[in-house]
Ligand binder design. Structure first.
Ligand code: GLU
Length: 279
């Protein structure tokens, strides 16, 4: 079971279309379902109308998801339970460090873990990563990956100072099997994956299969992103957009006679080859 999990921070752009298409084809080629999850746990960054715009673009490209849309904002109870468990295991500590005080990896390097904070104090919650933590992964496209996570990152945020749940926690919980069995997304999230697997382990949750797709960049080499205002995909030229995305995914060019997105996708699904995805 695959999923596409955009944040509602703007319309679908060429880069997110690529992630949607890659995750759909990877799931469908194995006979799996494909879900749409809206990662709306960060209201300050949300842009009104994004969910409708994302849905309209998926529909225009015949990228049809199964079941109802899932919203992370409906899952707060799961994240609260996860934090309770981490807390009970002694995995968490409060931290008040400002950005300037953090280490290069965004880790707290002061003695916050030893400090007591008043309940009224605004703190973030961090999870401790034991020094000997090693995470290994067989990426669906990139092959074997491994991280000496404990050496790279001694701790990271699971609940933000403003009280919001951190992306790493929410994604780890929602992506744990059996809810998701495949997480196919852009390579810009590759360094989040060991953190999410680490959290799944601490929470006794099974990890899904992970695969990281190429990331599209603009003419200056910067990743296309909604926050940087990447332009929305043109819903009036779905065939062109899908053909371009298939090329970026290294997949064979569908025959010219296929003139509608549904048959184009059916053909591409039958030809989907993870080994052709550019590394
Ligand atoms: N919501 C995240 C984003 O739009 C991606 C989540 C994921 O695929 O894990 O960047």
């Amino acid at each position: 079971m695959g999923r596409f999990a955009p944040s509602p921070t703007g319309p679908l752009h060429a880069g997110s279309l690529l992630a949607a298409l890659g995750s759909l084809l990877h799931a469908r080629a194995q006979g799996g379902l494909w879900h749409l999850r809206i990662d709306d746990i960060d209201p300050p960054r949300a842009v009104q109308g994004s969910v409708a715009a994302i849905q309209a673009s998926l529909e225009a490209h015949a990228l049809r998801f199964d079941g109802d849309i899932q919203y992370q904002s409906d899952h707060s109870y799961r994240y609260a339970q996860a934090l309770q468990r981490l807390e009970a295991q002694g995995d968490l500590f409060h931290c008040t460090c400002t950005r300037a005080m953090l280490g290069a990896a965004g880790n707290c390097q002061k003695s916050c873990a030893q400090k007591k904070f008043a309940a009224s104090e605004a703190t973030c919650l961090r999870v401790k990563v034991p020094l000997n933590t090693v995470i290994t992964l067989e990426d669906a496209f990139l092959g074997p990956q491994n991280w000496h996570l404990g050496q790279q990152l001694s701790n990271f945020v699971v609940r933000r100072r403003d009280g919001l749940y951190a992306y790493q926690l929410a994604a780890a919980v929602d992506d744990a099997a059996p809810a998701a069995t495949q997480v196919i997304r852009g390579r810009d999230l590759l360094d989040s994956t060991p953190r999410q697997i680490f959290l799944q382990r601490r929470l006794g949750l099974p990890s899904p299969e992970y695969g990281h797709l190429p990331v599209l960049t603009d003419q200056h080499g910067a990743k296309l992103s909604k926050q940087q205002g990447a332009s929305a995909v043109n819903n009036h030229q779905p065939l062109h957009n899908l053909r371009t995305a298939l090329k970026d995914l290294g997949q064979p060019d569908p025959p010219a006679k296929l003139k509608d997105p549904v048959s184009l996708l059916a053909w591409s699904q039958s030809k989907w080859d993870p080994l052709r995805v550019p590394r």
